[in-house]
Design a binder for this molecule. Structure first.
Ligand code: FES
Length: 182
């Protein structure tokens, strides 16, 4: 996990975002953390979820920060982070578009929705995030809204019965909004 880099956790994200760190501190101070590392394991997932919400992704410095607070090893935290696909260790776009690739959505054309979005966002093979860090595009497994298939999420917002045209329109709306705010 740490090729071409300095010491563990030296990415600096925790220090670059003091407000996020303070909010994470506040959240974790509310947990019943003890000196018994084993008992603290149960706090890993909620703490990491909160950390990811606040920092945008789980850089190594963030994982180390959480590990230290829970008196765990970085390897314990990394094991959890790498197990759950919900967690990400790379920066994400401001808008995360998650196209459901579950069976119901697939049958109703989610693959076409995905490929049209991929084209629209001018992503290259293997890329998930646009260069301007505005969008991240990913496929996810069933999000539990099969009756609305095909489904995509933009951050937390669920959009159902999405045609390729409707998906492109959603992106265009975001671009318009972002340009208006620029
Ligand atoms: S398969 Fe897409 S929501 Fe269930």
């Amino acid at each position: 996990m740490s090729e071409n880099r300095g010491p563990i956790g030296s990415d600096g994200l925790v220090d670059e975002m003091p407000e996020a760190r303070a909010e994470l501190d506040m959240f974790m101070d509310g947990l019943e953390i003890t000196d018994d590392a084993n008992k603290n394991r149960g706090f890993m997932i909620p703490s990491l979820r909160k950390a990811q919400d606040l920092f945008g992704y789980l850089a190594e410095s963030v994982q180390l920060y959480v590990a230290n607070k829970l008196k765990l090893h970085l390897a314990d935290v990394y094991g959890v982070v790498s197990f759950y696909s919900y967690f990400t260790v790379v920066p994400q776009g401001k808008y995360k578009i998650s196209v459901c690739a579950g069976t119901a959505c697939h049958v109703r054309g989610s693959a076409v929705v995905f490929s049209k979005l991929f084209e629209k966002l001018a992503l290259e093979d293997g890329e998930e995030t646009t260069e301007d860090m505005l969008f991240t595009l990913e496929k996810v497994s069933c999000v539990g809204a099969c009756g609305l298939a095909p489904v995509l999420l933009i951050n937390e917002d669920v959009h159902g019965q999405v045609t390729p045209e409707a998906a492109i329109a959603l992106v265009n709306d975001i671009l318009k909004k972002e340009n208006a705010n620029a």
